[in-house]
Design a protein around this ligand. Structure first.
Ligand SMILES: C[S@@+](CC[C@H](N)C(=O)[O-])C[C@H]1O[C@@H](n2cnc3c(N)ncnc32)[C@H](O)[C@@H]1O
Length: 276
């Protein structure tokens, strides 16, 4: 295989990623583009990573653009990541929502960059534990992501031992999963609360009903400041009045959007939609 990309090719891919997925890879980290595209080229049987660049430049890259986005985005996640947001959800946010819910209206939760599904399923487990009488007619959790490979995994809700060992207590594992051979399948009662869709935060969003709770965690960190701000304005607009937005631990300080008020909720900071 011909190894390296030219500087111009790296610059093209960097710009393409910024436009298509808002993924920002600065010059100091351009080796990330080179190494990941070299691996992708090998995996899909191309002679060199330059062939990927040629395909991206053409107007019809086939499925290659999907593969490139998959390869270049970071999908790191785990169950109950950072724990405090899920504790606040269980002790403050959900009880208030359930108490105030007009009869018959389902609560709607969005996990806006759900990766392989650990986040929406952690939300669903929290709902099942705190309010076992609530089912799919009462609570809808929508997980979305840009990357097709993780969407398929999130939809399947099937995890390996090393994945369920990250973030789950033995009790939760026994309660919410069924072991099938060496795999762990999310229990039906949890899975039924969750649906998973493809959605690029940068592009047009499908018609979304207003959300009571949004988790948009550990994704804004990859975007530049104007993109973050644009996305947060759009998220605000699909939230219900009084709705709660959870960001990643490192992301909360950057948020400054009219109509989203910072509130301390248990051991976590959230943004609450007010007066829009
Ligand atoms: C680091 S994971 C975070 C997963 C989860 N929210 C968490 O906190 O554990 C970031 C996810 O954002 C997704 N992502 C990156 N760019 C995106 C975009 N433009 N639109 C939607 N999802 C995107 C990636 O595919 C990846 O699965």
């Amino acid at each position: 295989m011909t190894a390296a990309l030219t500087r111009e090719e790296v610059a093209f891919v960097s710009d393409w990623l910024r436009r298509r997925a808002a993924v920002v890879i600065d010059q100091d980290h351009s080796y990330v583009i080179e190494t990941r595209l070299a691996t992708l080229a090998r995996t899909i049987g191309l002679e060199s990573p330059s062939e990927i660049v040629v395909a991206l430049r053409s107007q019809c890259p086939g499925d290659l653009d999907v593969h490139v986005i998959d390869t270049m985005t970071t999908h790191e996640t785990l169950f109950f990541r950072d724990i405090h947001p899920f504790e606040s959800l269980a002790t403050d946010v959900l009880p208030a929502l359930v108490a105030a819910r007009p009869h018959g209206r389902p609560l709607r939760v969005w996990s806006g960059a759900c990766s392989t599904g650990q986040e929406p399923y952690s939300i669903a487990m929290t709902v099942r534990e705190r309010f076992p009488h609530l089912g799919p007619a009462d609570v809808r959790i929508v997980g979305t992501d840009i990357a097709r490979s993780v969407i398929e995994r999130a939809r399947a809700g099937v995890y390996k031992l090393n994945e369920v060992q990250r973030g789950l207590s033995a009790e939760r594992l026994a309660r919410h999963f069924e072991q099938v051979g060496r795999e762990f399948h999310i229990a039906r009662a949890v899975k039924d609360l969750v649906e998973v869709q493809e959605l690029n935060l940068l592009e047009r969003w499908p018609a979304l009903d207003a959300f009571d709770v949004v988790f948009l965690r550990n994704v804004l960190v990859y975007f530049d400041e104007p993109t973050r701000s644009r996305i947060l304005h759009r998220v605000r607009d699909v939230m219900r009045e009084g709705g709660t937005l959870f960001l990643g631990t490192a992301e909360i300080l950057k948020a400054d959007v009219p109509g989203l008020e910072r509130v301390t909720c248990g051991k976590t900071q959230v943004l609450v939609k007010r007066g829009c």
